[in-house]
Design a protein around this ligand. Structure first.
Ligand code: ATP
Ligand code: MG
Ligand code: MG
Length: 350
């Protein structure tokens, strides 16, 4: 490939464009927001909606391969593109990850454990599902949730359920059983067009206010648990005939067993540490896979902690820059709104 089309111009698109540039590949971003993070580093931008037919025609014309940085790319748009240009990861991966109900069913079909779940399309469904889960569970919108948005936790059967369906927007929901996890991990893995798979080490993830705060390597899990995560990633990648990088989130049970939570068909926030602690980052790995190059070695050469810079954390950048063993990565966003991902830092700890 010479030119990689990227749907979505946020920080993930920006970091993909940076990795592509180092391999002498051109990038074209499709993103309706003109002053997006990726626009500052991509070779060109098509400023249009993700499903604009003319924009999609243009993207297909100028690209040798098209990829994406977020899972809510309209499936119809990806399918339309795929008729004239290779689209990686395959559009089926979008379909699966856009809807938590489809996603959980798919994960189970791959032989991987998930929380119990039930579709909730009304307040009556909610009452019935909660009753069958003993009155506790996590209620989530099936679509478009991120950073813990669109969720409601039922901790005890005594909690009021009144109006809970409408409070989440009156849209299709899923109720999941509450997993008593000891910690959370994720694994970043890649598959190339020939079916070769490379797995990075699992990261241990801590969230704050629903947003990823830190990813720490190594995760405090046994080798058997890490192996289970790698096996699950392989199964998901093979079932999807996947090309590119995937992120898979898991809950770790007290006995070391894993329960898969969700998959992201793209580079993932909990994989940002790879740019500091591996020879080939998740961004380069993704570009290599979709552009038809050999995968890089996912081995980790250092222990590290990645921390997100959210909102006002951007003010800490001078202090981070004063530490010599920290890789600082900023996204070029000028306005530091609360909850907005402004950048991240990865500290090497050995
Ligand atoms: P992300 O920003 O990672 O995409 P999200 O909004 O898609 O997040 P989830 O990852 O499904 O949401 O849930 C957010 C967090 O809520 C999880 O990381 C976990 O801490 C908690 N959580 C979600 N589902 C469950 C569950 N079934 N049992 C226990 N805790 C859960
Ligand atoms: Mg999610
Ligand atoms: Mg999540």
């Amino acid at each position: 490939a010479r030119t990689v089309g990227i749907i979505g111009g946020g920080q993930l698109g920006r970091m993909l464009a940076m990795a592509a540039a180092r391999l002498n590949l051109n990038t074209v971003i499709l993103e309706p927001q003109a002053d997006c993070p990726a626009a500052q580093v991509a070779n060109a931008q098509i400023v249009a909606a993700y499903d604009d037919p003319d924009a999609l025609t243009e993207l297909a014309r100028v690209s040798d391969v098209v990829t994406y940085e977020f899972e809510n790319v309209p499936v119809a748009a990806a399918a339309a593109l795929a008729a004239s240009v290779p689209v990686f990861p395959p559009p089926r991966a979008l379909e699966v990850s856009q809807d938590r109900l489809v996603e959980k069913s798919f994960i189970r079909d791959c032989g991987i454990l998930t929380a119990d779940f039930a579709a909730v399309d009304s307040q009556a469904d909610l009452e019935a599902a909660l009753d069958s889960f003993g009155g506790v569970g996590v209620l989530k919108t099936r679509r478009l949730g991120y950073d813990g948005k669109g969720q409601r936790l039922f901790r005890s059967p005594a909690e009021s359920r009144e109006g809970a369906f409408e409070a989440l927007g009156g849209v299709p929901l899923i109720l999941e059983s509450l997993i008593p996890f000891e910690r959370e991990i994720s694994i970043i893995a890649a598959r190339d067009g020939e079916g070769t798979i490379a797995c990075y080490d699992p990261a241990e993830n801590v969230h704050r206010n629903g947003i990823l705060h830190t990813s720490t390597l190594p995760a405090r899990v046994s080798e058997a648990t890490a192996d289970q995560a790698r096996k699950a990633a392989r199964a998901l990648l093979d079932h999807l005939a996947y090309v590119g990088v995937i992120g898979v989130e898991f809950f770790v049970l007290p006995d070391g067993g894993l329960v898969a939570n969700e998959i992201a068909p793209r580079v993932h926030n909990s994989g940002h540490w790879t740019e500091a602690a591996c020879v080939v980052s998740q961004f380069e790995q993704h570009i290599r896979a979709v552009a038809g190059h050999a995968l890089g070695d996912p081995r980790r050469h250092s222990d590290c902690v990645m921390q997100n810079l959210i909102g006002d954390d951007i003010n800490d950048v001078p202090a981070w820059l004063a530490k010599p063993d920290v890789l600082v990565h900023l996204y070029g966003k000028t306005e530091a709104r609360p909850g907005r991902k402004m950048g991240h830092v990865t500290q090497i700890i050995g």
